[in-house]
Design a protein. Sequence first.
Lengths: 258, 258
Amino acid sequence: MSRHRSRGKARRVYPYQRIAADLRNQIASGTLKDQLPGEHSLAEQHGVSRETVRRALGLLQGEGLISPDHPRGWFVRAKERMIYRPQHEAHPYTYRDGQPVEAWAGQISEEGRVPTQHIDVGIIAADEGIAERLQLEIGARVVARRRVRSINGSTININDSYYPMALVEGSRVLEPGDVSEGVTRVLIELGYNQVRWVDEIDVAMPTPEQRERLKLDIGTPVAIHTVTAYTDEDVPIRCTVNVLPGDRHHIVYERGAP
Amino acid sequence: MSRHRSRGKARRVYPYQRIAADLRNQIASGTLKDQLPGEHSLAEQHGVSRETVRRALGLLQGEGLISPDHPRGWFVRAKERMIYRPQHEAHPYTYRDGQPVEAWAGQISEEGRVPTQHIDVGIIAADEGIAERLQLEIGARVVARRRVRSINGSTININDSYYPMALVEGSRVLEPGDVSEGVTRVLIELGYNQVRWVDEIDVAMPTPEQRERLKLDIGTPVAIHTVTAYTDEDVPIRCTVNVLPGDRHHIVYERGAP
DNA sequence: GAGTGGTCTAGACCACATC
DNA sequence: ATGTGGTCTAGACCACTCT
């Protein structure tokens, strides 16, 4: 007598969905903002088995709302995002007092946080994606400059740049570690000035390898931002692949008259 | 004697991870490209319980690789992406033979597919995000034109535009359904020419509401693309929020000299 | 050592589309 | 009617961190 069914198939709501909705509301309303009650305790409260509670928690984890920190417990995820401006990736170095400053590191330290990065330089064979964008044959040699960037010790993004070996052979582009005046400057000295860029953004769930490299929680999507830069003669000179954990970035473009 | 442990804690690999890796490899190599074996059969093959198999399948589902189609079975997900050019969102209508054609529908039908959309027009109170972008008070009245777009019958994106009520009152912007010559044209007639745009892209897992509206599988992230358009007097006249299922779009920008 | 979550099992019943 | 996945249970043992 108390169960009504509006017309249409009011599909069944399972205990784990009810529990998830309950917790989701508590998070949205701010009632729950740090650590969740333990799984055993939630199971008892709701009169279900622990596996059922875990299913509810798994649902919320998949929505990016909570993360486990074993064996401390489950926590509401912080949702801080840093602003990411692809248009600045065209000019990764700025100059201050005559000294080159890497734009990314500069911006972060201005915000009072500690940027670190690890750079790995090598010569590799172009895979299909790189080859197509650099207009090379698959397997052609390219210089790979791979960066992993961190803020306050936690990995924040991957930034891998590829240059056609044939065009940069013998230059400082192959220099291991940081190139103090910036690779863009070196390329200009080689006669390759970047004047046109194509940006591509794909959204996906990370591969296990990316999840590992970025130490991502389950339920964190990534944005894959690929920049292909062309010279004034329309030759592709650089292809950069950025992998950004989706929940930590806010991508901004500006277009039109300023 | 056969188990080696390289230095460092070679962390334990659980059965469900092994099974997931196995299936993942089969999918990557193309051995598995349509329907997966049944859960019971997988359980038997690997000598584990069905729940363990389901855990493996859940992992792959979260990676966006497979989807259940109950009660037929599990299937490898198709990974077709359509190209999405935010820069075209500035000019949503093109003109052909003097007739306005909505750019989105035009592009899709050129590809031989069937675009449909449902438009819903109303007056609502601005929430925080809309109010801030349109430089209004929270709760101010705005005209909302909400679209759900589909291709070949399956929902592909959400496209909601908001206009300050104070600026468009009495105009055809409030017209229910399609505005034949395009809202941008109507705004120009009102004296509001869009000359500058700010694009924002956020990557996230969908809320349950979005998942419902877009009929998304679990494990599908979304890109939220917000466009704020300004007039030549730098007044925000339009804010459009696009929700794009991440696995079905490829976002492309072009910058610099053509 | 205590307490957390992480994994696993061997059953059970249900909902649903297809035959 | 059959067979698929979807949900649930009541246990069990393990790994890890903190104290």
